[in-house]
Design a protein around this ligand. Structure first.
Ligand SMILES: Nc1ncnc2c1ncn2[C@@H]1O[C@H](COP(=O)(O)OP(=O)(O)OP(=O)(O)O)[C@@H](O)[C@H]1O
Length: 272
């Protein structure tokens, strides 16, 4: 049975405080002998107004978990809720609307439209939805992200960090219930990455947003409130108030388990 963030931290899982929830979430790719169990009966509660990081070795199921929680991918078994809405079983059209109206996305590759300027990119999801952004909020987001003097620029006229800030603003503009960020700093130098992490942190602390971020970087995870560790499609551990050092130490234990011999021997562990 997989570990559950809710079980580990029952105090966090108070009614109304959960932005997304999964129970028995299982995802298999392929079938027969070539089948891959990307997620193996995962139970997880994503607490509202918190910054949650998802870490784990390559192939442990981080992106799959994010995609299933965000309704970007179907599940093989189990149930997923966004707030009180069960998304497993929704039709594609309903899912599309739910993603558009209630979820914000940030990707490693920014995913900006090259022919639109920064402001047009920021408001695009709401334009598509036929909704008008709250002007005051939009101003607040633009200023918080330092994009005021870049609004008329196209993505090609912006640095990588500025592009990711535009993607961050785009994710924030509709005040989504949940922002999913998949390696948002993966394409940025460390200083710019730090800046983007600071903005995500600020979105949670000052603006009350809920953020789930997949990352390989212990330094990035250290900006979160809670790190969930995945291994082989299961949540195997979690860490509240993480530091980069503690996360790195925890990640090293995966390397030991997955060492070349695959026997899980840790020379530093003595008899333990
Ligand atoms: N479309 C797919 N078809 C087949 N197998 C897939 C597919 N997507 C993911 N997988 C497999 O599912 C497992 C989990 O993949 P996932 O991308 O979720 O891992 P990850 O932890 O995000 O990895 P990484 O850190 O390398 O991005 C892996 O074994 C992967 O090969």
């Amino acid at each position: 049975m997989s570990a559950s963030a809710a079980q580990h931290a029952p105090g966090l899982a108070r009614a109304g405080g959960i932005a997304a929830r999964a129970r028995g979430l299982t995802k298999a790719y392929g079938s027969g002998e070539t089948a891959v169990l990307a997620l193996d009966s995962v139970d997880v509660d994503i607490v509202r107004g918190r910054f949650t990081a998802v870490m784990g070795p390559s192939g442990s199921g981080k992106s799959t978990l994010m995609h299933c929680l965000a309704g970007l991918d179907t599940v093989s078994a189990g149930r997923v809720w966004l707030g009180d809405t069960e998304i497993t079983g929704l039709r594609e059209r309903e899912l599309t609307r739910l993603r558009r109206d209630r979820i914000g996305f940030m990707f490693q590759s920014f995913n900006l439209v090259p022919t639109l300027n920064a402001l047009e990119n920021i408001t695009l999801p709401m334009d598509i939805a036929g909704r008008k952004p709250d002007g005051e909020w939009l101003d607040q987001v633009i200023d918080a992200l330092g994009l005021r003097d870049r609004l008329a620029h196209r993505p090609s006229q912006l640095s990588g960090g500025q592009q990711q800030r535009v993607a961050c603003a785009r994710a924030l503009t509709s005040r989504p219930e949940l922002i999913f960020a998949d390696e948002p700093t993966g394409n940025l130098d460390s200083r710019t990455g730090l800046e983007v992490l600071g903005f995500l942190r600020q979105a949670v602390d000052a603006l009350g947003q809920t953020v789930v971020m997949v990352t390989h970087d212990p330094g990035a995870a250290a900006h979160s409130d809670l790190v969930l560790f995945l291994a082989d499609g299961r949540i195997v551990d979690e860490m509240a108030r993480p530091t980069a050092k503690a996360v790195l130490e925890r990640m090293k234990r995966f390397d030991v388990i997955r060492g070349p011999s695959g026997e899980g021997r840790d020379p530093a562990a003595g008899g333990g």
